[in-house]
Each structure stands twice: as C-alpha cells, then as structure tokens.
Design a binder for this molecule. Structure first.
Ligand SMILES: [Zn+2]
Ligand SMILES: [Zn+2]
Length: 256
C-alpha cells in the first residue's frame, strides 16, 4: 500500500527559535494544514492540490499567526480555495483581533468554517472529526481518515490523530476515538521534570504522552509542539513500547 507523508513545517510551541518555527504540519496529498504557526511560510513548494483546508486546534498565537503570511504563500502558489476550520469562537477571535485594522489591515482570501455544529466533516474526500481538549481557553484535537493514493474503496483509510495543546485525554471515549491511528501526532511540550508546569499550563509531559500512546496503540508516535527548553529523552523509553517514537523537527517528513 502506498504511504502518505506529513511534513513538519513548524514544530515549536510558544515561540520560534534557531531550529524550530511555531506549529504547522502539512499533508500534501489531501491539502490539509494542521495549525498555522510561523512554519506555514514553508508551504508553497509543497502544495499538490488546488485546495487547502487549514485546521486550527485553537487560537493561541503560536497556532494562528502564520495566517497573516497567506497573502505571500498564495501569491507564490495560487490555489482555487482555502478554507479555515475551527471552533466558531476561535475563528471570531482571529478575525476580530489578528486581522484587526490596527494589527493586520488586509483580508486574506480564505473562507471561515465553524466545526461546532457537527462532530464530523468531509474535506474534499478526507474525513475529519474532532474532540474537545483541556487547555486554557479550550482546544480541539483532530482525526483524519485519508484515502491512500491508488487505493480502492475496500482498502483501509490512513488514520492520523493530531492532539496539541492539551492536558492529555483521560476519558475512555476520547481515548477510544484516538485509538488505532497509523500516526499519532501528540504534543509533548514538557519533559518529565516539568510535570507541574505541564499541568499548570494545560500541556503534556513525556510520561503522560507515553501513557496515552500505550492506551491508544498507534502504529507510530510523533512528538510535536516542542518547548525550546524541554529535554526530551525518548531513547530510554522506546524499548518497552511496540511502536516507534520520533521527536518532530522542522523539515522532517514522516511517512505512514
Ligand atoms: Zn501552542
Ligand atoms: Zn495553546
């Protein structure tokens, strides 16, 4: 079966640093962009579709400020349609504040789509579903079901779960919804020494993510939203887990 790729365009949380831009991941085959942090400037040469669907986990700046770069991105690589998806209140905040006349006085050529009314949506043939997450102000996790290139209707869909800016799911229903993905992209903003800060700020630490992954059994685990000062040591952990674990870095492509 043919593999799909996710491109890591921005893998930091909070602020960019010398090696990481803020959160943005791209699946060229289906034109889905996960969050719109500063890493989104790397998008143009990777676009393969005539449409883009940008899914926002929430409206904190490290996930939305790259929306203001779209004028240039779409000048370099025009597409027919760009849709931005997220919770209605988050989209309203972005439109009202990020695109306030005093901050960025030009409208971007996108349409805004609230996800609130339905738990599942069809994005040009890719099934998207979402769940609430625990994070200051609230955030959502996404699950994508994508047809592999050249697959027939009877072939299984590729499954990706993107959970960022979250305290980490603990309830059975959400864990069930996250289960069995080909790729689990999960934030790990803190190392284990900083568990207290993770809990205070609505983020995860390594042991918490590994517990979630042990419960949901993905084929592979990609740690995202890396805090510039976190020291994540996954090497000692991998022996006991039946799936590979990688730490996302800018420019990394992960096949699944
Ligand atoms: Zn963030
Ligand atoms: Zn956040």
């Amino acid at each position: 079966m043919k593999t799909l790729e996710v491109h890591c365009l921005g893998t930091a949380g909070y602020h960019p640093n010398e090696s990481r831009h803020t959160s943005c991941y791209f699946l060229p085959h289906c034109g889905v962009v996960l969050d719109a942090g500063t890493g989104i400037f790397r998008l143009p040469q990777l676009i393969q579709t005539d449409h883009l669907d940008i899914l926002l986990s929430h409206a904190h700046l490290d996930h939305v400020m790259g929306l203001t770069f779209l004028l240039d991105i779409l000048y370099q690589r025009p597409v027919k349609e760009v849709r931005v998806w997220g919770q209605a209140e988050k989209l309203a905040a972005v439109q009202e504040h990020l695109f306030h006349e005093a901050i960025f006085p030009v409208a971007i050529p996108v349409s805004w789509h609230s996800i609130d009314q339905q738990p599942e949506w069809d994005l040009n043939g890719t099934k998207m579903s979402w769940r609430h997450q625990d994070h200051p102000g609230g955030s959502v996790g996404y699950r994508l079901e994508i047809a592999r290139p050249g697959s027939t209707v009877s072939d299984p869909l590729a499954q990706v779960v993107y959970a960022t800016d979250t305290l980490g799911a603990e309830d059975d229903q959400t864990l069930e919804w996250m289960s069995g993905a080909d790729l689990l992209m999960h934030e790990c903003n803190f190392d284990d020494q900083n568990q207290m800060w993770a809990e205070k700020t609505g983020h995860c630490y390594l042991q918490k993510v590994l517990q979630i992954a042990a419960h949901t059994q993905p084929q592979r685990l990609l740690l995202t939203h890396i805090n510039p000062i976190a020291e994540l040591n996954v090497k000692d952990q991998t022996a006991s887990l039946p799936f590979p674990i990688e730490i996302a870095t800018d420019g990394l492509q992960v096949a699944f």
